[in-house]
Design a binder for this molecule. Sequence first.
Ligand code: ATP
Length: 294
Amino acid sequence: SMMVAFGLGALTDLWADFMRAAGAAERVFELIDRQPAIPASVGERLASVQGRVEFQQVRFAYPTRPDVPVLQSIDLKLDPGEVVAIVGPSGAGKSTIAGLLARMYDPQGGRVVLDGRELGSLDPEWLRQQIGTVAQEPMLFATSISDNIRYGRMDATDAEVEAAARAANAHEFISRFPEGYRTMVGERGVQLSGGQKQRIAIARAVLKNPRLLVLDEATSALDAESEHLVQEALDRLMKGRSTIIIAHRLSTVIGADRVLVLEGGKVVQSGNHAALMGQEGLYRRLVERQFVAA
Ligand code: ATP
């Protein structure tokens, strides 16, 4: 899907950055979908966030294809600190749900609500500061590892950057580079593995310390050691934060408080793993066919 091609997580973080750069937000929106921007810095900023999220009968079509319904009467509830896993076939609308939470777009029907406030009444720039993201293939900037992590919170000290890297199981591999945290990444620097990039993105999210997380789990297998380190770091990151995770691994759906099974823009099943395994349906078929190999 287009959203995934841009990398939802990277995009959300990029957005926050563009928002900080004065006036850039409108241009980015125009670039992406050639629609008028949702204006930045208009709307409320809540003094604190509990992390209660609700989608109520949400209906959505992309502005470029208004006649194609992408989400239809979506209900979703996330209590503070809960983990909801979204599963479903390609094109089901998983990333779109995540995009609506970050208020990339407003729904055509129904409401998306954070702590009792409709997202439409909240300042989108502020909202995106409350959401941490880890994409399948996180996009790093062609700068130092340290600055890539600091991106989560620009005023963080070196000690805070290192603490975040440790929490993300990234400190060790970073320290092995001769230049450590000053190592440049990207075209003119070191090439990082998928698992290493993910751990940098996790460190960034740790530093950001948001109440909400949107995670897009990697579909491609990481090597076993990296896999374990990423998983451990994610578990640590998710603790106490409301998390929506686009899930591709069986261990994730088993651990989630609720699983939302999406097909063709509709929730066809929801419940925890055990309950869903006790029913005929798409979930059991997905688990049997798709997750077993993961
Ligand atoms: P995947 O598992 O392949 O990432 P998904 O479940 O995340 O899929 P979405 O990316 O949410 O699905 O896409 C849902 C539908 O919306 C698809 O039909 C897709 O083609 C369409 N779509 C996604 N992004 C856009 C966009 N920016 N403009 C128009 N249509 C889009």
